[in-house]
Design a protein around this ligand. Structure first.
Ligand code: B4P
Length: 184
């Protein structure tokens, strides 16, 4: 069973939903950059105030901010049995920085799961979630940014022989079953 994993997919694909579930069951460390950024926003830190302005427009927070948050966590917590990165990396610069960091830590990624899903389902899911960054214009911008900045990571991880694609449609349990198979 793979225990150093990364989830890739458009906003609303269910990365966070599935990652929380798996990490609880398999006792993996769950590292969600979205959750970490929302914690900074809630605590009203300098970084959180800067991040909120960007997140509420559906843009990507700067690599500098995201990498500083992630590095702190990776170095501190990665001595555990396994981990799952959810929502990170979001562009090629982040992906290359992550490769360098994991090489230093001697903890290479074992598998990348791409959760593929139709845009119409994503939009419906996000509209019913109702977070501050979930109105229709912002969602459309997040999808555009995903295609421009994050989708190139599909080829990046495919060329490393790590990518597996699963379908994100269906119930949470159905999707979880597909991910379990991809993790073997
Ligand atoms: P994230 O927090 O990563 O969130 P997401 O992409 O919107 O959602 P996710 O795919 O996790 O979907 P979820 O399970 O919640 O990013 C938010 C923002 O943070 C970004 O736009 C960006 O600004 C910033 N950010 C984060 N990481 C960054 C980085 N590395 N670099 C720069 N900026 C970064 O599911 C969505 C909804 O669907 C939920 O309501 C859920 O209950 C529902 N759902 C899930 N699975 C379902 C199913 N099978 N059936 C029905 N409903 C389902």
């Amino acid at each position: 069973m793979k225990s150093r994993l990364l989830f890739l997919g458009p906003p609303g694909a269910g990365k966070g939903t599935q990652a929380s579930r798996i990490c609880q069951n398999k006792r993996l460390l769950h590292l969600s950059t979205g959750d970490l950024l929302r914690e900074e926003v809630a605590a009203e830190t300098v970084l959180g105030k800067e991040a909120a302005l960007i997140m509420n427009k559906g843009e990507l927070v700067s690599d500098e901010i995201v990498l500083s948050i992630v590095e702190k966590r990776l170095i501190g917590d990665f001595q555990k049995e396994g981990w799952l990165l959810d929502g990170f990396p979001r562009n090629l610069i982040q992906a290359q920085s992550l490769q360098g960091l994991l090489q230093k830590l001697e903890q290479p990624i074992e598998g990348v799961v791409l959760i593929a899903i139709d845009d119409q389902i994503l939009i419906q899911r996000l509209l019913s979630r109702g977070r501050a960054d979930d109105n229709e214009d912002v969602i459309k911008n997040r999808l555009k940014i995903y295609r421009e900045k994050t989708a190139p990571l599909i080829d990046f991880y495919h060329s490393l022989g790590l990518l597996q694609t699963i379908q994100g449609e269906g119930s949470v349990e159905e999707v979880a079953g597909r991910i379990e198979i991809a993790m073997i």
